[in-house]
Design a protein around this ligand. Structure first.
Ligand SMILES: NC(=O)c1ccc[n+]([C@@H]2O[C@H](COP(=O)([O-])OP(=O)(O)OC[C@H]3O[C@@H](n4cnc5c(N)ncnc54)[C@H](O)[C@@H]3O)[C@@H](O)[C@H]2O)c1
Length: 267
């Protein structure tokens, strides 16, 4: 059995990850870590009945890791918290699955440094769904063939989402920019802002939208839209749990979901 700890255990994604860990015959939940509901049974927090795993305080993550000795830690929190959780886990040689988004380049570097210095394996991705990972591959293909078309990325998420634009939209922009030899990214437009050769990125926030991403390639007389819509969060949770089983046997290094899904040649 692969022993799993979850940081952000009481959050929207944390709860679903735990549900999927409990369903898996290969994984065992050994620790639920958060900054709320400390000391409560995580099963009761999730309204799933007692699981005999008490929520431990993320501020004492070292103690939680020493007690539970997980093989893999899955983090769905917020960027600054994820950096701390990843660093603490890497020091204890725990493999990692990181779904948190909104990292600054400095935060991302700090996290990768801790992973590499401690020789652990980690899967880090802003989106664990198979659909989105194929979507990024399609964008790379389209971007190579439509180099002179205007590119706009429009994403929509629920009104509780903290970071903008979404990590998935940022990754889409990176994939397209890379395929087209490097492009400037513009986040929204306001006032006099004539279009140049940039990639425009726009974030919509409202209601309970799980996650929509549309990429528009617009040329003279035609346009293509490539769109992904998540109907619920299960696709992310299932992907993260699959990544946890995969990363446990992976060689030390930083991986993406494309590696787990063996899509690497396409993205
Ligand atoms: N990669 C993906 O496929 C994917 C999918 C969905 C969401 N996300 C990202 O996952 C993150 C969490 O999303 P959510 O919707 O579950 O958010 P949420 O707000 O519902 O949950 C976040 C949880 O983290 C907890 N937390 C805060 N600081 C912490 C710390 N220091 N240590 C441990 N826990 C801490 C909060 O108390 C909360 O319970 C966001 O960054 C979101 O963008 C990624």
């Amino acid at each position: 059995m692969i022993k799993i700890a979850v940081t952000g255990a009481c959050g929207r994604m944390g709860g679903l990850i735990i549900e999927n860990v409990l369903k898996s015959k290969d994984l065992k939940l050994v620790s639920a870590i958060d900054v709320t509901n400390i000391g409560k049974d995580i099963g009761e927090v999730m309204r799933a009945g007692k699981l005999n795993v008490l929520v431990e305080d993320a501020n004492n993550i070292d103690a939680a890791l020493d007690r539970s000795k997980p093989d893999v830690l899955i983090d769905f929190t917020i960027a600054p918290a994820a950096v701390k959780n990843v660093t603490a886990s890497a020091r204890k040689k725990v493999a990692l699955v990181v779904g948190t988004t909104g990292f600054t380049p400095e935060q991302r570097t700090l996290m990768e440094k801790a992973i590499k210095e401690n020789n652990v394996s980690a899967v880090i991705t802003p989106n664990f769904s198979i659909g989105v990972n194929v979507f990024w591959g399609l964008l790379a293909e389209a971007a190579k063939r439509l180099g002179d078309y205007d590119v706009e990325i429009i994403e929509a998420h629920h009104n509780q989402k903290k970071d903008a634009p979404s990590g998935t939209a940022v990754k889409a922009a990176e994939v397209i920019s890379k395929a087209q030899g490097g492009k400037e990214l513009i986040y929204g437009r306001h006032g006099i802002s004539p279009r140049q050769k940039e990639i425009g990125i726009h974030a919509v926030r409202g209601g309970d939208i799980v996650g929509d991403h549309t990429v528009l390639f617009a040329g003279d007389g035609e346009r293509i839209e490539i769109k992904h819509q998540a109907h619920n969060r299960q696709a992310f949770a299932k992907g993260a749990v699959k990544a946890a089983a995969w990363v446990f046997t992976a060689k030390p290094g930083v991986y993406e979901m494309a590696d787990v899904l063996e899509l690497r040649t396409r993205i």
